[in-house]
Every structure is written in C-alpha cells, then in structure tokens.
Ligand binder design. Structure first.
Ligand code: SOE
Length: 403
C-alpha cells in the first residue's frame, strides 16, 4: 500500500546494488515515511543492477518503481535527487563522484572507499557538489549508542582513558565457506579490517567525540584458499568443480590506538570468532565512570558511575527503549525493543531531515575519509611490523650457546 500522497517536496531515490545492503536500505526507504514524519516525500524511483532479470525481480520485491542495468544513466535522471550506493567497495568512488557531479545527494555504504586516495577524491567531490553526502555507518543510529554519545558529551564518564572495541563474527570461520567478493582485495579493499573494523573505528570516534591519531597493528589471514561457490548449481561451500581460489585480504585485524584526547584504544575485528554472530562490543573507561555496549544485546547500555557510593556501586543496565531515547518514540512502547534494520531507517530519517534543512548530514564523507585514514595506517603498520617486539630469546649465535 503506497503512502498517502503529500504536499511535501518530492525526493526521488535511485539505488545502485540490491544485495544485503540494498535489501536493508530498501527496507529503510519503505519504512521511514510510515513511522516518522519526514519533511520530504520519498519516492523509491529506480534500482540498478547488472543482471536485468535479477534487478527487475529485486525492484518488485523491494518496492522500487523501476529497474535498470545502467547506473550511469540512473545518476543523470531528472527524477532522481539522491543516489544510494549499495555496491562493493571498488565501485563506491566512481558512482558517488558521478552522482555528486550531477548535483545529486549521495548515501554511500561503508567503508567509504577501498583507499585513502579514493576517499579523498570522494570528499573533494562532495565539497564541490550542490548535493549533500553521507556515509552509511549505521550503528551510530542504535539508540543505546546515541545514549552513550550523550553521556560522554555530558561528561558523565569524565576524561576518556580507554576505548575497547571489538567486532566479532564467525561466518567464514569454516574453511569450507566459499569465496565471496569480500575476500577479494580488488573488490573489497581489505577483509575484516575494512568490512567490520571500519564500523568500530567509526563508533569509537563517534561516541568519544575524538579521533584515532595513531595505531600499531597486526593483520592475519588464516585461510588462504577457499572453494569457488558453484553459482550454477547453487551450491555454496563445496564447488562441484572442486575449484578453489585465493583469499587476498585479512581475516582478522588487531590494533592498538591512541585517541586524540590522550586515551588508549584497542581494536579487534575478526570473522573467525566462532559463536559470535554480530558482536559489536564497545567499552569506554573514563575518569568518572564507564560505558559498555554489545550489539548482540543492542537495546541495552551498561553504565558505571564512579561517583556512586561503594555499597551501591555497579554497572547499571539501562534498557534504552524509553520514548525519551533517540528515535524510540516513533516505534514501540518501552521494553519492546528494536533490531538491526531500525538503524538503517534512522539513517534515512536523519539524511532526509538534513537534505530538507540544507545541512550537512553525518557521518559526512570527511568522517568516512578519517576512518579510511585509520584503516590505511593499520595496513601500513602491519606491513612494517616495526612495532612488533619478539618475546622470544634472541636466536642463538650460529653454533653458539643459546643461554
Ligand atoms: C558482513 O560482515 C556485514 O554484512 C557487514 O558488511 C555489515 O556492515 C554489517 O552491518 C553486518 O555484517
């Protein structure tokens, strides 16, 4: 059922890509006008993809009025005001820059790009364009994360001393899991680092209001060859041809960081943490208290107030579902909770609001560039190995006594 026509200005949206992120974004474009009073009338105009039959079916399933195989024509359409980039990272720059040059607004999935150079070019294009641009770090828009940001801004935990950030998944811990574009450096730019490490870098910077200014890192690839999924027989995990292909990205990233406020940070991103499905864990220890969040319990924020008298001190479990909490009033009564998809809807709400007001939406491409700089520094640090100090005794002199 289409939303009732309104007298609000129209916002024609064109989306490029219709896989997992395209499905999540489509849900947000459909749902936001039905739960929030948006200042613009969102029209899900057209979705683009390479395979005509598949993208036509996706348009019908996801709620787009038209389908096309020509994204270059999509970004030039007069009835498209905003381009939503939901493609693998190796195409973000080309699509976003073309859309910005055509004066369109742009929402681009994370990480912004596959390199700092691409991210710089995208940020420069956004600065030149009449369009506004946002990068899709959606976890900022989980109400519990918003509350964490507010408490830090209010000084409730004092000066940030430690940031402890992990993003743990296990969907490729099985060596039989087939190759995907996320395991191909040319398509994805990096592995766990850019895919999920980018999220926790953005979250650490968003919640603290600080930037990561330096890192010391190690990257590892545990499984170097994987089956090529037989797309014809629909098999995944075992290829009927027995073909395998190389993994060319990191499987796990661990890095220490220094925060601009002087605090220390530790980051971990892996897709080999058996049993952890989408565990985004953020703990911040300050001079007056601590905050702790785990996306696998996403409606809760834990808060420790160091000013609390010892006999009653302890982490307080805040159920972040009151109407006073960010975004929640539009949804359900207290205690009913939100899910993964709601952050994408909140992303649309804030983007449409910024466009209507003519203000810069956040996170901006410049914010995305900052995350890209951290990712790049991690890769350079890991490659240099310069900060890695062995714990092993010095290798014995040739033939010499090892003692
Ligand atoms: C895969 O790791 C993935 O789909 C990420 O690419 C998304 O950004 C994250 O939200 C869920 O996991």
């Amino acid at each position: 059922m289409a939303a009732a026509p309104t007298d609000r200005p129209r916002l024609g949206v064109g989306m490029v890509g219709y896989a997992f992120m395209g499905v999540a974004h489509s849900q947000a474009w459909r749902t936001a006008p039905r739960f929030f009073d948006l200042p613009l009338d969102v029209d899900m105009t057209v979705v683009a993809g390479r395979d005509e039959q598949a993208v036509t079916a996706a348009a019908a399933r996801l709620g787009w009025r038209e389908a096309t195989t020509d994204w270059k024509q999509l970004v030039l359409r007069d009835d498209v005001d905003l381009v939503d980039v939901c493609t693998p990272g190796d195409t973000h720059a080309e699509i976003a820059i073309a859309a910005l040059a055509a004066g369109k607004h742009v929402l681009c999935e994370k990480p912004l790009a596959n390199s700092v150079a691409e991210a710089e070019a995208m940020t420069a294009a956004a600065a030149r364009s009449s369009g506004l641009a946002m990068v899709g770090f959606t976890y900022r828009r989980v109400p519990a994360v918003q509350l964490a940001r507010t408490l830090v801004e209010q000084g409730r935990i004092g000066t940030v001393r430690h940031v402890r950030a992990q993003y743990l998944q296990d969907w490729i811990a099985d060596p039989a899991a087939p190759l995907s574009w996320r395991l191909d450096k040319q398509k994805a730019g990096s592995g766990a680092l850019g895919d999920i490490g980018a999220h926790v870098v953005d979250l650490a910077q968003f919640v603290t209001g600080e930037q990561v200014t330096g890192v010391s890192a190690v990257l590892e690839t545990f499984v170097h060859e994987r089956p090529v999924a037989d797309q014809f027989s629909g098999l995944s995990g075992t290829s009927s041809s027995g073909r395998t292909g190389p993994v060319t990205v990191d499987d796990a990233a661990l890095f220490l960081g220094r925060m601009s406020g002087g605090g220390l940070a530790s980051f971990e991103a892996t897709r080999f943490a058996y049993g952890r499905k989408n565990a985004i864990r953020l703990e911040i220890n300050g001079s007056r208290g601590s905050l702790a969040f785990d996306f696998e319990d996403m409606n809760v924020l834990h808060y420790f107030d160091a000013q609390e008298p010892a006999e009653t001190a302890g982490f307080r479990r805040i159920v972040v579902t009151e109407p006073e909490h960010a975004y929640v009033a539009a949804w359900w009564p207290a205690g009913h909770g939100l899910g993964y998809e709601h952050a994408f809807t909140h992303q649309v709400v804030d983007l449409v609001g910024a466009i209507a007001a003519g203000t810069q939406p956040t996170p901006s491409f410049a914010d995305g560039l900052q995350v890209q700089r951290v990712l790049d520094a991690v890769e350079r640090s890991a490659a240099a190995g310069s900060t890695w100090t062995t714990t092993q005794p010095e290798a014995p002199a040739r033939g010499g006594d090892p003692t």
